[in-house]
Design a protein around this ligand. Structure first.
Ligand code: CA
Length: 304
């Protein structure tokens, strides 16, 4: 196994939402606090970006062209070439300044996007509590709220049989399982499948942030605050592997590359101290982990 810097030319404030675009063979990701969407070609090393007029929580390609983004409190469509942004839905103000955070599409092409409360200070761990919610933006363009009183909405994954959805609330440090109805998009029977507070080792001292899954059904969870990606079996809660990343503020990960066997990892630099930046000079970069011996699944796109 090897961990290397994939993209060193940018230092993200809050790099997030990595999505391997299987069609274009490019890595999409966002810098939430820089209002930027990035697209990177690993073959040519070309990095393109679009700067929007608000925070951008996540980016997912649309089957019909362009991208869906969580822009501030809106679900919006981005046309890359013209940079035209079309706002499609807006969620209510909750607290003083809630915004969309992580988002993923389910295997039927619905866009699930969660929100979080306003960051109270420059400390990236302080937010207005329980102001987040989880929404589903359907393929018909309607939006429905499914979970309320969320701390920081993160980490969506569906099992290959489409019968379970996994979801993270970073603040209580828990991963939830829901029964999933792929025909209707309905979630039910919420339960805790991983609770970081039950692991008394150093690995789980951080907080669960973004995640992805592999072909074996295991979850790969970015550990905010301690520079680790941890692989769990969600059926047993067993911690299987830990990958150390040379940057403490790891935020999310996805499998990519032509064989879907490389793990791309995003991280943040916001809030890092001088000591931390000296110890981890690649803080804010995009990392790539190779030689894990596992593969991911093609990421789902919006089909509305
Ligand atoms: Ca996140």
């Amino acid at each position: 196994m090897a961990v290397e810097v994939a993209i060193s030319t940018i230092k993200n404030l809050l790099g997030e939402g990595p999505h391997w675009d299987d069609q274009e063979q490019k890595l999409l990701f966002v810098d939430i606090l820089a209002n930027k969407v990035y697209k990177w070609d690993p073959v040519t090393d070309q990095l393109d970006s679009v700067t929007l007029d608000d925070t951008v929580g996540a980016v997912v390609p649309c089957k019909k062209g362009g991208y869906l983004v969580g822009l501030g409190r809106t679900v919006a469509h981005l046309d890359w070439h013209s940079q035209k942004v079309t706002k499609l839905q807006e969620i209510p103000l909750n607290g003083t300044k809630n915004r969309f955070n992580d988002a993923k599409c389910d295997p039927a092409g619905r866009f699930w996007t969660g929100s979080m409360g306003h960051q109270i200070s420059t400390n990236p761990n302080l937010f207005e509590p329980e102001k987040g919610e989880l929404y589903c933006y359907g393929t018909d363009g309607t939006i429905k709220m499914w979970v309320d009183k969320v701390g920081i909405s993160n980490g969506l994954v569906w099992t290959q049989d489409h019968r379970t959805m996994y979801y993270i609330d970073t603040v209580p440090e828990q991963v939830y399982g829901f029964d999933y109805n792929i025909n209707t998009g309905a979630i039910s029977n919420r339960r805790v499948v991983i609770d970081y507070k039950n692991y008394d080792d150093d690995d789980c001292m951080g907080r669960p942030d973004g995640m992805t899954s592999d072909v074996d059904g295991n979850l790969w969870i970015a550990n905010w605050g301690f520079g680790k990606i941890i692989c769990f079996d969600p059926k047993t809660g067993k911690k299987l592997r830990t990958v150390q990343i040379p940057a403490m503020r790891t935020t999310s990960c996805c499998f990519g590359g032509k064989n879907l066997d490389e793990l791309y990892v995003t991280c943040a630099s916001q809030g890092a101290t001088e000591e931390e930046l000296a110890a981890y000079p690649m803080t804010g970069s995009i990392f790539k982990v190779t030689g894990l011996g596992v593969k991911g699944l093609p990421a789902d796109v919006y089909k509305g």
